[in-house]
Design a protein around this ligand. Structure first.
Ligand SMILES: [Ca+2]
Ligand SMILES: [Ca+2]
Ligand SMILES: [Ca+2]
Length: 370
């Protein structure tokens, strides 16, 4: 788990804001806790990833390599290496390995769910087969999960929701929800796995990547869970080098090329419970997770493993405006129950507040009370 460097979340530490409230001729100096969404204490916000919280790749041919593990690196060091690759639109690749491998990251503000718009752009390294008019080439679909920091502790320890994708609609009966795989370390050998469906297999070594394939900073067995998508890889000839992968129709990371931007953009309206698939209404989110959602091997290409190259809030200004509106509303609501005069006597704030048409000042910004 990484730390949150120099982060200041208005809501998450229950920031205390000094208020000056003028009600008619009465001037009150109040201390009010503000419970709004997450935002760093700066005037300049970035639409790009601020930091990576967790990096738990499954075994794979690019695990320990992208980013590179070096002796002594623990989970926090590996998360920091991912931050260096992804934050501030750096656009270096991070590989998530085989099924279930994941990464969790956050921005310097909550991302609002703007109605009727996609909210989040996530880049991978998918590409279209040259000369093909079909939607196929290299597609290693990863599933997006999102979380709101409901308990305001700056940690991704609340409830994860999944963004549904096209397989929920066009592959009914072929998707396995609640899939679970356990990998076991086998130094410098193929990595064995078993799943909760009675299946088993291996993540195989190849001559192109000669490092250890099991994540070296993690325990020697690793159980990863999620939604398993139907296999999308197949051979186009008898050659083991002729594998391609069909693009899923929509809703996955590392599925379409980044240049097909709309196909790499996600709507928070797609959020569902990961198991029941019941839709969930989210007004904003604080953490994003991407996990590798295939368990397949494609000849010389090896195992399918989602890569991520960065992410972007598609509507930075709208997200910031939403957070600021949350501060205003929450503060006004709390004022009705928490106002006292200068000698400490409770005031019937709600009625006098409305009748006097006061101006509320929060951090130097003025708001009308209507
Ligand atoms: Ca939206
Ligand atoms: Ca939390
Ligand atoms: Ca890829």
């Amino acid at each position: 788990m990484s730390t949150h460097p120099t982060l200041f979340y208005l809501s998450m530490i229950q920031k205390t804001v000094a208020l000056t409230v003028t009600v008619g001729t009465i001037v009150l100096n109040l201390i009010q806790p503000v419970a709004a969404q997450q935002m760093t204490d700066t005037d300049q916000h970035s639409p790009y990833i601020l930091a990576v919280d967790e990096y738990v790749p499954a075994p794979g041919q690019f695990t320990n390599k992208m980013p590179e593990w070096t002796e002594g690196d623990d989970a926090a060091a590996m998360a920091q290496k991912c931050t260096e690759r992804l934050a501030a639109n750096e656009q270096s690749l991070v590989s998530l390995g085989a099924f279930g491998g994941f990464i969790t990251f956050h921005f310097d503000h909550s991302i609002a769910n703007i109605s009727g718009q996609r909210d989040l752009y996530i880049m991978g390294n998918a590409f279209r087969q040259s000369g093909s008019s079909r939607n196929r080439g290299s597609s290693e679909p990863g599933i997006v999960m999102v979380m709101k920091d409901v308990n305001h502790n700056q940690l991704p320890d609340d409830t994860w929701y999944e963004l549904r994708g096209s397989c929920d609609e066009d592959s009914v009966g072929k998707v396995i929800y609640g899939y679970e795989v356990t990998y076991t370390s086998a130094p410098m050998q193929n990595i064995p796995w078993t799943d909760n469906q009675g299946g088993s297999g291996t993540i195989d070594r190849n001559p192109f990547n000669t490092q250890e394939y099991y994540p070296l900073w993690l325990p020697s067995t690793l159980t990863l869970r999620g939604t398993l998508l139907p296999k999308n890889g197949y051979k186009t000839s008898t050659s083991n080098a002729s594998w391609v992968q069909d693009f899923m129709a929509w809703g996955y990371v590392d599925n379409f090329p980044n240049t097909d931007k709309q196909e790499c953009c996600f709507d928070l309206d797609w959020a569902v419970d990961p198991l029941t698939r019941q839709p969930v209404r989210l007004d904003c989110i604080d953490f994003v997770r991407v996990y590798s959602a295939e368990q397949q091997k494609c000849g010389n290409l090896g195992e399918t493993s989602t890569e991520i190259m960065g992410a972007e809030d598609l509507h930075l200004e709208a997200s910031i405006a939403y957070i600021r509106s949350g501060i205003q509303v929450t503060t006004q609501q709390q004022l009705s129950a928490r106002c006292y005069d200068l000698s400490g006597r409770p005031l019937p704030m709600e009625s006098s507040f409305r009748n006097a048409s006061p101006i509320l000042i929060v951090e130097g910004r003025k708001y009308n009370n209507r």
